[in-house]
Structures are given as structure tokens and as C-alpha cells.
Design a protein. Structure first.
Ligand SMILES: C[S@@+](CC[C@H](N)C(=O)[O-])C[C@H]1O[C@@H](n2cnc3c(N)ncnc32)[C@H](O)[C@@H]1O
Length: 312
């Protein structure tokens, strides 16, 4: 996969050996030994995160980097961030890089998060897409699976009265750690507080014995979801177009040029009149796109029919 060498403009001017923060600042209880994050080290880490993941670590995020990576350094036994940086670069498996992104971003998610999108999806499926036999949905930063399984439950409900119609969900994330959890599809019961009781009965298996206190997504439903690792800043593999793409609560990690690039490529993967959904605290303001704003965090790939007939 080609990665364009980019330098994060936000960190480009930091001088290199000025100590900016002790690791663990703002994060009490990390231990007595202080690890200094120098401006140069911050820039190295920020550039790496930007080049590999598009992660926009602006100056001012030093405390976050020092606190989150400081724990990792101690665990691995490194005494400087520069050593840790070299370790990440040298790790041919790529696992150290994944751990870096996991430490710097959040995987926070929940079932039926931002419920308005699921109500919208159910309505669109019944009304606008009623002629579609196989609905295709992409959850493009799916974290530990709550989002794609919520989509699956929502579609199964919406299509309950239309047995000839089916759906397929592609669920991708950069982190192999969260994808492993997503594939297991096992969650503590408390995670389902927002899921209606009737849906729980229909789509979940209740754990017994050692699995007491957990629900597992029923295999019949889980089969509709395919998980794969995908970095949104890298080229997307070929896929038929999607009716709906969920790309929620991940845009905020990217700077405007990266958002622009991702939105353009996601739009190109939408069916005509398909929808792109972003997080409600995100927006496409400042991003040029050919999509039509429909309602908060909801955009449509509306292309007028090509003029036909004999006259123009
Ligand atoms: C806050 S979670 C959002 C989960 C879900 N979409 C939601 O709204 O509940 C953000 C996810 O984005 C993933 N992520 C971060 N950078 C990414 C990238 N460059 N490509 C793909 N996924 C990325 C993280 O691993 C994390 O699981």
C-alpha cells in the first residue's frame, strides 16, 4: 500500500529538544519516574500518526500523547519516546503501529448510538429503497461492532414483512483489536440498555454458566455482517456501491484535506441517492462535496437523471 510522506503542518515548526511535558501529566498515578516528551519527539510521533492514519495531532495535544503513550512506554520498558518511536518503526508485524493508534484514538461506541440515524435508516429502507432487493450498508469505522450489529437489527426489523429482501453489511476499522471483539459479538448485558426488549429476544442469545451476564449476537444476524481491516486514508478495495455508508465519529481525527479526500472517495462508493451518515458532532463544513444535505449529519448522493430524449 503506498503511503504519501506528509508532514503534519500543525507540528512542523516545533523546535526539537525542548522538553514539553512529563509523561503522565494530567494523568495521576502513573508512577514516580518521569518521562519527558520533547518537542522533537512529539513531532516524530505526530508525523508518524499523520502519515499512517491521517491522525491530526495538533500542537497542544502534547499532554494527551504523553499521558496515553507514557503508559505504553513503561509497560515496554523504554526510557524515552524516541526509543519507543524507533520500536514502532522497526516492528514489521505492524502490531506496534496498531497499538499506537489504539492508544491515541478512542474506540468509544454503543448500540443504537445517535438513534436518529437508525430511525432514518428504517424509514429509508421501507420507503425510498423499497425496490432494492439486496441492501448494502458500510460501517466504515465500526469499532467493536455495536454500530454494524445495530444496523443489522434495524434492517432485520424494517424488512421483517418483506422476506424476499435481504441486506449485507461491510464493517471495517483500522484496529485489529476492536475487530476481534466485533467478530466475537459477545457483550455485557448492560451494553444493551438502549435496545428494545423485543429486539433482544429476536436477535440475541443470553449467556449461561461462565457466559452469565453476557449476550451474544445470534449467528443468523451476525452472518449478514462481514468484518475487515481498512485504513480510511488508504485506497479502498473494489466493492459494489452502497446504499448507506455510516462513517461516524472518526472524521474528527482528520484534518480538512484528509476529510476532503475521504469524503470524495466515500461519495464515489455510494449508489445514486445513497446516504452518507457522519457523527452528529461532526459536519462536512469546509469540505467540498457533491452531496446534498438532507438533515443533521445526513447527506445524499443525489444526481439528477441524465437528460434523455431527442432534444437538449
Ligand atoms: C469513536 S470510534 C467510532 C465508532 C462508531 N463509528 C460509532 O460512531 O460509534 C472511532 C473508530 O475509528 C477508528 N479509526 C481511527 N482512525 C482510523 C482510520 N484511519 N481508518 C479507519 N478507522 C479508524 C478507531 O479504531 C475507532 O474504532
Amino acid at each position: 500500500m503506498t503511503v504519501t510522506k506528509k508532514v503534519n503542518p500543525a507540528t512542523a515548526n516545533a523546535s526539537s529538544d525542548e522538553a514539553v511535558l512529563p509523561a503522565g501529566a494530567g494523568s495521576p498515578g502513573l508512577g514516580a519516574r518521569e518521562l519527558q516528551l520533547t518537542a522533537g519527539e512529539f513531532r516524530q510521533i505526530a508525523d508518524l500518526a499523520y502519515q499512517r492514519f491521517g491522525l491530526d495531532l495538533k500542537r497542544g495535544k502534547e499532554a494527551l500523547v504523553a499521558a496515553r503513550l507514557g503508559k505504553k512506554l513503561r509497560k515496554l520498558g523504554f526510557s524515552t519516546f524516541a526509543e519507543y518511536h524507533r520500536h514502532v518503526l522497526a516492528d514489521a508485524s505492524g502490531d506496534a503501529l496498531i497499538e499506537l493508534i489504539d492508544a491515541l484514538t478512542t474506540n468509544h461506541t454503543s448500540f443504537l448510538r445517535e438513534r436518529a440515524h437508525f430511525e432514518f435508516l428504517a424509514r429509508a429502507v421501507k420507503e425510498e429503497f423499497r425496490a432494492v432487493t439486496t441492501l448494502r450498508v458500510w460501517s466504515a469505522a465500526c469499532s467493536s461492532g455495536e454500530e454494524p450489529y445495530s444496523i443489522a437489527m434495524c434492517l432485520a426489523e424494517a424488512l421483517a414483512a418483506a422476506p424476499a429482501r435481504r441486506f449485507e453489511i461491510l464493517a471495517t476499522d483500522i484496529s485489529t483489536r476492536v475487530l476481534r471483539a466485533a467478530e466475537r459479538g459477545v457483550y455485557p448485558i448492560s451494553r444493551f440498555d438502549d435496545v428494545p426488549e423485543a429486539w433482544r429476544r429476536a436477535y440475541l442469545l443470553r449467556g449461561r454458566g461462565a457466559s452469565e451476564g453476557f449476550y451474544k449476537i445470534k449467528p443468523q444476524l451476525a452472518r449478514a455482517v462481514e468484518f475487515a481491516r481498512l485504513n480510511l486514508i488508504e485506497p479502498f478495495p473494489h466493492q459494489p456501491p452502497f446504499h448507506v455508508i455510516f462513517c461516524r465519529n472518526v472524521m474528527m481525527y482528520f484534518d480538512k484535506p484528509t476529510q476532503q479526500n475521504i469524503v470524495e472517495r466515500l461519495s464515489a462508493r455510494l449508489e445514486r441517492d445513497g446516504y452518507l451518515l457522519v457523527g452528529h458532532s461532526e459536519s462536512l463544513t469546509g469540505v467540498e462535496h457533491g452531496l446534498q444535505y438532507v438533515r443533521p449529519a445526513t447527506y445524499r448522493n443525489h444526481k439528477p437523471e441524465k437528460a434523455g430524449g431527442l432534444f437538449r
